[in-house]
Write a protein that binds this ligand. Structure first.
Ligand code: VGL
Ligand code: ZN
Length: 179
């Protein structure tokens, strides 16, 4: 059983948003093209309170129930069976989808019989990285689709370094035509 995890494809991480990932919107058509190849599609949302220590590191973004926290309008979000909300506390970053507080992602996937998890979305160097690392640690056969992720790149090369770290941790890297 193979599932797709769509990480944080939200307005604030796309061009024009509060914490825009360069070319963040470019992942949307690639992700849309993958959705029908999976038995199960789930997503995470960065879902912050108005005040959190997270905003000492980052501009205010993805505040709960704001437009910036909505999915990118072109994402075929009707295909998403469950949304996992993370970063909801005010004392930690909550980068990983496995830190969601509305539902437990690990238990949800295991209850559905998922053993293989494909991870796509934003941003390669933060939430995709943290979610994929947690997925391998929890025993999922984990794959990141390289052309379906994009990096913040606070420091040049952060995205490429994150992908190399993931590869060394046991994550498989593929291109979308090979999914
Ligand atoms: C993210 C920075 C701050 C992410 C979330 O979704 O990768 N990055 N908050
Ligand atoms: Zn955030």
């Amino acid at each position: 059983m193979k599932a797709l995890l769509v990480v944080d494809v939200q307005n604030d991480f796309c061009p024009g948003g509060a914490l825009a990932v360069p070319e963040g919107d470019k992942v949307v058509p690639v992700i849309n093209s993958l959705l029908d190849r999976f038995d199960l599609v789930v997503a995470s949302k960065d879902w912050h309170p108005q005040e959190t220590i997270h905003f000492q590191k980052w501009p205010v973004h993805c505040v709960q129930n704001t437009k910036g926290a909505d999915f990118h309008p072109a994402l075929r979000s009707e295909k998403i069976q469950k949304v996992f909300l993370k970063g909801t506390g005010n004392k930690d970053d909550g980068y990983s989808a496995y830190e969601a507080t509305n539902e437990n992602l690990e238990e949800y996937l295991k209850a559905k019989g998922v053993d293989e998890l494909y991870v796509v979305g934003l941003a390669t160097d933060y939430c995709v990285r943290a979610s994929a690392l947690d997925a391998v640690r929890k025993g999922f056969k984990t794959t990141v689709v390289k052309d379906a992720v994009a990096a913040v790149n606070v420091n040049p090369g952060d995205g490429d370094r994150a992908l190399e770290e993931l590869r060394q941790a046991g994550v498989t890297l593929v291109s979308s035509p090979d999914v």
